[in-house]
Structure formats: C-alpha cells, structure tokens
Design a protein around this ligand. Structure first.
Ligand code: UD1
Length: 358
C-alpha cells in the first residue's frame, strides 16, 4: 500500500505530522506533498522544520495571485504527482482550499480519499472552509472524526456509517509531543511578559478581517483591552494586508509581531491568561490546555470546545468580550474537560485502521 499525505497550510502541518511516527513503524509506503498554499517562511517551513522528522517529498510552488488560480494550479500539479507516484490512498486534513483541490484530483483518478477532521460543520456557507468541508467529506471514502458532533452531521447528510471512524484529534497529538519543550522555553520572557498575565490574540477569518468595519471594531476592542492586560498579537498575512491597506491604528501597548513558529506559539498560548481568536484549531488547543478562550465568530464547527471545553462563543459582541476579559483577570474562569480521544494517540488509531483495512 502507498499513501500520499497532503498538506497546504499552517494548521494542516500539525495534523499530518501526527501520522509520521506511526507510519514509520509499519511497512506502509508513504510520501508527503506540500501544496504551497501557505508559503511564507514563518507560515510554513519554520513550522514544518520543527514538526517533521522526515523530508517533504514534493513542494508545489503556489505563490500565485488569485484564489482560483492557486486552486487550479494545485490541482494540475497534484495530478502530475499522482500519475507518477500512483498512491492507493490520499490523506487530506482539515478544510482549506488545498484539502478540496487534492480531493477532487484524487476522486477523478479513482484514488481512495481519507479525510482527517471530517464532519465538522459551522452551518455557515459564507465560510469558504464550510464548502471545502462538505465537498471533501462527500468525496471521501474514509472519514476520520475528532468529536461526536461530526458523526451526527455526517449521518444527516447521508454518509454511510461504515465510512465514519472516530479516532480523536491529531492536532492534539502534535501538541502533546511539543508542549513540555514549549513551556520550558518561557517564550513570554522575550516580550517582557509574566506567566498567566497576558492575552494572546489571533484573527484571520475573512469574515473578521476582510470586512473593514468589523476589523476596525475588533482593533478598537483590543486597544481598549490592552489597557487592562498586556496583549500579544501575532499577525496573519491576510490580517496584516487589511490593516495596512486601511491604515488601522494598533495601540503602542499591543505587542504586534509576525506569525510565530509552532513551538513559540504553543509556549505563549500555554502560559497566557486568556486567548481571543477566530481560529478553529486554537479553540481546540485551548480546550486541551485548559486556557480561557474567547472566540470572536458567530458560529463554531467545533461545538465540543464550548460544551465541555474552556471556549466561549461571543460573535461580534465586542462589549461582552471586554467584560469577559475583565472577569477573567479577576479570576472568574470557565472550567473545562478534555474531550474523549484527545489523548495524543489519534495518529496511531488512524494508521492502525489503514493497516487493517487496506
Ligand atoms: C487559510 C484557510 C483557513 C485556515 C488558515 C490558517 C482556506 C480557504 N482558508 O486561510 O481555513 O484557518 O489558512 O492560517 O484555505 N499569504 C501570505 N503568506 C503565506 C500564505 C498566505 O502572504 O504564507 C497571503 C495570501 O497570498 C492571501 C492571504 O495571505 O492573500 C490569505 O491566504 P489564504 O491561503 O488564502 O488563506 P488564509 O486566510 O491563510
């Protein structure tokens, strides 16, 4: 059996990395394709270097203007790789454009598709990721899920139950492997911060950063929050573009920095008092770490982080976010639990399944 592992953006790398060790312990042939959707050093190669014990076999150069251009370029190049390597299974993680682009190619070429993190739904079709998730799930032959809501969503969409395999969260595998080293490094000292005494902010969703009014409101909110607690803000390229184009002013109190390497980001997150985010993965990572998380989105495809985790969904109620931060600084914390199978062994379960069934 030959497996092709696909990854294209920052949050994909941690998920695919979780499969490398378990696969290396078998006689399964595998190779890795990086679609190049994220190409900046700090969005890509720095993170890969810290996570992968093996070389990436193929890198598609896709630093191309225009979403559809990039999408079609990835498809054309990925087809060439498939023709040459002839994999039996293509493993695609998450919900980014690369996930769908490579699933479409695999499907046209009759190659089996295994989707990591299948079945998550925000029920918001304005999100590009929601379309990517639905289409990828419906093209897939094996759907590996992270939480119970996924199975229910997939059933409702008519996906056969034999295809759905609950394995847990591969992102937590990578987190567990890295977290001790991340904490030991005390990265917060680099920014003259003290442990458990600052807020970490990330925003990059088109709904928050391409809508200028909303972005201005978010930055206003953060400017105010920075008077109560120190704020560290690693800025995603999409967000930085928008901030620059629209001359939005970030308060001098805020520590605005480039996107961080994985190890450093994890370290900062684990030692923070509160995280404000619109990311999917960070909602999960804070739940695992027991860190307070305020999500500035109208919905989440990861409801378990709210039901049993430390996450709160606050939409665009920025007054509420300020109030919550204040309460958290006074010690009013949401208690959370770690969801089932978020135990560092999801990658092993996936490889075990593939070994048994193919
Ligand atoms: C993508 C994913 C999103 C994921 C996020 C994580 C899609 C539809 N969205 O959003 O689900 O949560 O990644 O970060 O796939 N850019 C750079 N440098 C880079 C990468 C991108 O400057 O290394 C620029 C691009 O040229 C583009 C913008 O940033 O102008 C956005 O990049 P894009 O890959 O479209 O999506 P993300 O917003 O990163």
């Amino acid at each position: 059996m030959k497996i092709c592992l696909v990854m294209g953006t920052r949050p994909n790398f941690m998920k695919i990395a979780s499969l490398i060790d378990p696969l290396s312990r078998t006689d399964i042939n595998f190779f890795i394709v990086h679609t190049g959707q994220h190409y900046d050093k700090n969005m890509s190669s720095d993170i890969i270097k810290s996570l992968f014990p093996v070389e990436i076999d193929y890198l598609i150069k896709s630093n191309i203007e225009g979403e559809i251009n990039q999408f079609s370029h990835i498809m054309v190049e990925f087809e060439k790789i498939c023709d040459f390597e002839k994999p039996d299974i293509v493993v695609v993680p998450g919900d980014v454009n690369s996930t769908l682009a490579c699933s479409l190619v695999a499907s046209k070429k009759n190659i089996k598709i295994a989707h990591l993190e299948a079945g998550l739904r925000s029920f918001d079709r304005d999100m590009p990721e929601e379309i990517n998730r639905i289409l990828t799930d419906h093209l897939s032959d094996i759907l590996f899920t992270t939480e119970k809501s996924a199975k229910i969503n997939l059933f409702k969409e008519g996906i056969k139950k034999e295809k759905i395999i609950f394995v847990g969260n591969t992102m937590i595998d990578s987190l567990k492997k890295t977290i001790d080293k991340a904490i030991k490094n005390k990265f917060y000292e680099k920014y003259r911060l003290s442990s458990n005494n600052y807020c970490l902010l990330t925003i990059h969703r088109p709904s928050n950063v391409d809508d200028i009014d909303r972005l201005k409101k978010i930055i206003d909110m953060i400017n105010t929050i920075s008077k109560t607690i120190k704020v560290v803000f690693p800025i995603h390229p999409r967000t930085l573009n928008s901030i620059k184009l629209n001359n939005i002013n970030i308060n001098d109190e805020i520590i605005d920095i480039e996107p961080l390497p994985y190890l450093e980001f994890l370290g900062l997150m684990a030692e923070s008092k509160v995280v404000i985010t619109d990311s999917g993965g960070i909602q999960e990572e804070t739940t695992y770490l027991g860190i307070q998380c305020l999500t500035i989105r109208d919905n989440t495809e990861r409801p378990i982080t709210i039901e049993i985790g430390t996450n709160k969904l606050l939409g665009s109620d920025f007054e509420k976010v300020k109030k919550e931060v204040l309460e958290i600084t006074k010690g009013k914390l949401k208690k959370g639990r770690i969801p089932k199978y978020w135990d560092g062994r999801a990658g092993e379960r996936i490889v075990e399944f593939l070994k048994k069934h193919f």
